[in-house]
Ligand binder design. Sequence first.
Ligand code: C2E
Ligand code: CA
Ligand code: CA
Ligand code: CA
Length: 279
Amino acid sequence: AKATGKSRCVVYSARDNGPPAHDISLEAAMFSAVREGEFLLYYQPIVSARTRKIEGFETLMRWKHPTLGMVPPARFIPIAETNGLINLLGAWALKAACVQLRQFEQAARRELYISVNISPRQFRSDKFLDVLDEALAISGMPGRQLVLEITEGTLMVDPAHAETILERMAGREARIAIDDFGTGYSSLAYLKRFPISVLKVDRAFIKDLPGSSKDAAICNAVLDLARHLDLSVVAEGVETEDQLGCLAERGCHYVQGYLTGKPMPPHVAIAALNDDMYE
Ligand code: C2E
Ligand code: CA
Ligand code: CA
Ligand code: CA
C-alpha cells in the first residue's frame, strides 16, 4: 500500500477481488476504490469574518465512485473507522493536504494554514506521530501551519492516552482544533487539561442565527470563553449574510460555510485564492 503526498490515494496490489463494485457491499467497494484511486480531497475555505479573505482550508475527503457517483463521507468514514482503512486513508489525506498547502501558498503568495480531520482511531494509532512527521517532512511545511481537527469524543474516550499523544506532539507545533464543538461531551474540563488552540462551533448553533436568541447566547458564551482562554473560533456551516453579520458583530474571527465557499477541488481553490488577490 502506498499513501504518499500525491493528489490521489492509490494502493498497488496484486489481488483483484471479483465482482464489480455495484454488486458488492460498500465496504468491499472501498478496498477497490483505494486501489483505483477513487478517493479525492476537496478543500473548503476558512475565511476572515471581517474581510472574507481566505486564511486557510479544511481538507474534506471525497469518494468518486464510477457508478454510485459521489459517496458522502458520512457513509464511508464510519465504515473505514470500523475496518481500519481510515488509518491508510487518513495518512494519505494528511500528507497530501500538507503538500497541497504549499501549492496554495505559491498561488496566493502568502502564508495560509491547512486543517485536516483526524478520526479517533487514527489519533490513537501508534503510527500517528510518524505519519505527522512524514507529512511535515515531505511538504517542508512548518508545523504551526497545520491544524488537526479532532472531536471531544476522540479526546475523552481515553483522556490519559490522549494526553500522552498530545505531549509527544508538542514539539511539532501543530495546533489542535475541537471539531463540532458543543455537540459532544458536556464537560469543559478537557479545555483545561489539553493544549487546544481552536474551537470549531458546530453548524447546529449557527443555522438558526440570527433569529434564535438561544443560539445567539450560546455563540456569545463560546466567543467569550475563547477570548479568555486565548483560543480562536471558527463558525461552521455559515450559509447566509445575516449569519455572517451576526457572527462578525460578536467578534468571531473565522467562518466557514457555503456562503464563503463550498468544498472544492484544488484547481478551483487556487482560482479562489487568485480572486482574493485582486480584491
Ligand atoms: P466536519 O468535519 O464537521 O466537516 C464539515 C461538513 O460540513 C462537511 O461535510 C462540509 O462539506 C459541510 N459544510 C460546510 N459548509 C456547510 C454549510 O454551509 N452548510 C452545510 N449544510 N454543510 C456545510 P462533508 O464534507 O460531507 O463531511 C462530513 C464529515 O465527514 C465531516 O464533518 C468529517 O467528520 C468527516 N470527514 C470528511 N473528510 C474527512 C477526512 O479526511 N477524515 C476524517 N476522519 N473525517 C472526514
Ligand atoms: Ca472538521
Ligand atoms: Ca465540524
Ligand atoms: Ca460535523
